[in-house]
Design a binder for this molecule. Structure first.
Ligand code: FES
Length: 132
């Protein structure tokens, strides 16, 4: 005896509960199968995508911003850290604070250039008006 016509079969229920969120990272167009609870930050860095950070994913620097292209409904509501750094407008989120429960697509901005320790100081900017 099979499942009634209006209920999903056991196989489809099992497939759904075992599916893992897919995170598509742009502009690299890399697709990551993320274990449940994995943040976008950890997933992206786990495959070598450089996400800007100064805090290493602790939610205290606000640098790991990503733009949500699709799947915003698969994310938890913005928490305190995100509201503090980003506010509530737009479709930006802190990648270290979001672990999707379904498929999402994010755009990861290019990280800031890294400072070289002990490197030369930046060149002085020219004066804005002639010195008299
Ligand atoms: S890595 Fe610092 S806030 Fe996300």
């Amino acid at each position: 005896m099979g499942a009634p016509a209006n209920l999903p079969s056991e196989a489809s229920v099992c497939q759904r509960s075992l599916s893992v969120p897919k995170i598509t990272v742009l502009p690299q167009n890399q697709v990551i199968d993320a274990a449940p609870g994995t943040t976008v930050f950890a997933a992206a860095r786990g495959i070598g995508i450089d996400v800007d950070t100064a805090c290493g994913g602790k939610g205290t620097c606000g640098l790991c911003r990503v733009k949500i292209i699709s799947g915003a409904e698969q994310l938890p509501p913005a928490g305190f850290e995100e509201k503090k750094f980003i506010g509530t407008a737009g479709n930006l989120r802190l990648s270290c604070r979001i672990a999707p429960i379904g498929d999402i697509t994010v755009d990861v901005p290019k990280p800031r250039p890294k400072k070289k320790p002990g490197g030369p100081p930046p060149p002085a900017s020219p004066p804005s008006s002639p010195i008299r």
